[in-house]
Design a binder for this molecule. Structure first.
Ligand code: NAP
Length: 307
């Protein structure tokens, strides 16, 4: 199958790039192996995407997908294994089902949640350890839950979980949040949330399910235990850059794709990137903006090929 533009990743950046490319009358496919919408589908309430009011990430993703498909882009649910440049304006995109050809690529593979890096974290995934409050908070009705992290994701999740759980702790390694003051203020006013500052989780313990956390105060070095039924880990994100690495685009020392900010062009002509994988401010609005630039640049790239 041949396309003008293949977009890899179906989060806000990928879907927006699909919408704009299709609107440019380019034959467009958006490849997404997982849930269309990406990271936003893990977000319970989105309050800071203009014009939509407060809505769930799932709802925003569904609306974006619908609009992109109605404009004429195809959403393909296949896992992309490799991107290869064969020549100017000639790319192959290999999936487990076959190889697709296209003239230009937009990489919008996003970022994934980071892990704490303690051994017991993996042992309890699905047994009380979760990386998605939207998915799993309802399991902790009237129970005790800890949220680890001090960024916007941890704060938003804690506020959501506190509506459901009996007690919610936020465990943060410093004595001030990284997340927005707006959220920090809401946390401080919520009687069902207690913040444990300057605290690291060194171990998660339980027989089959999570039962307690071993904590260490970084200032006093005091070790303590906290009985919990669930742990939500929100300690940042890491770029999903495997395909970008494979095709050979330049990455920053943190692994984000380096782009020219005026065009979203990567170090390889014809390969553009947008969204969280470029490492700019991680916001839906920014991802959408980058995708608009990337798809407009991809359109110009194709027009130049025809000259
Ligand atoms: P983040 O902003 O990078 O925050 C990660 C938090 O985890 C930080 O507080 C960090 O502590 C802590 N942390 C990192 N490694 C840790 C470790 N090994 N042990 C304990 N704590 C650790 O990540 P995020 O909250 O996932 O957000 C990612 C991006 O998405 C951010 O740019 C955020 O603004 C954005 N976002 C925006 C919204 C929104 O606008 N509504 C919602 C969600 C996310 P330190 O503070 O000490 O570094």
């Amino acid at each position: 199958m041949k396309y003008d533009v293949i977009i890899v990743g179906g989060g806000p950046a990928g879907l927006t790039a699909g919408l704009y490319s299709a609107r440019h009358k380019l034959k467009t496919a958006v490849f997404e192996e997982g849930v269309v919408g990406g990271q936003i589908t893990l977000t319970t309430y989105i309050e800071n995407y203009p014009g939509t009011g407060s809505l769930s990430g799932m709802e925003l993703a569904a609306r974006m997908k619908k609009q992109t498909e109605e404009m004429g882009a195809t959403v393909v649910k296949e896992h992309v294994i490799e991107i290869k440049k064969r020549g100017e304006g000639k790319f192959n995109v290999k999936t487990e089902r076959g190889t697709y050809e296209c003239k230009t690529i937009i990489i919008a593979t996003g970022a994934a949640h980071r892990k704490l890096g303690i051994k017991s974290e993996d042992d309890f995934v699905g047994k009380g350890v979760s990386f998605c409050s939207t998915c799993d908070a309802p399991l902790f009705q009237d129970k005790t839950v800890a949220v680890i992290g001090g960024g916007n994701s941890a704060l938003e999740s804690a506020l959501y979980i506190a509506d459901i759980a009996k007690e919610t702790y936020i465990i943060h390694r410093r004595n001030e949040f990284r997340g927005e003051e707006y959220l920090a203020e809401k946390i401080s006013k919520n009687a069902k949330i207690e913040v444990l500052w300057d605290t690291l989780v060194t171990e998660i313990k339980g027989k089959t399910m999570v039962e307690k956390l071993i904590l260490k105060n970084v200032k006093t070095c005091k070790v303590s235990e906290l009985k919990v039924d669930g742990v939500f880990i929100y300690v940042g994100v890491t770029p999903l850059n495997q395909l970008a690495k494979g095709v050979g685009v330049e990455l920053s020392d943190k692994g984000f794709i380096e782009v020219d900010w005026d065009t979203q062009q990567t170090s390889i002509p014809g390969v553009f990137a947008a969204g969280d994988v470029t490492g700019r401010l991680l916001q839906i609005g920014v991802a959408v903006g980058e995708a608009i630039i990337a798809s407009t640049s991809a359109y110009k790239y194709i027009k130049n090929l025809q000259k």
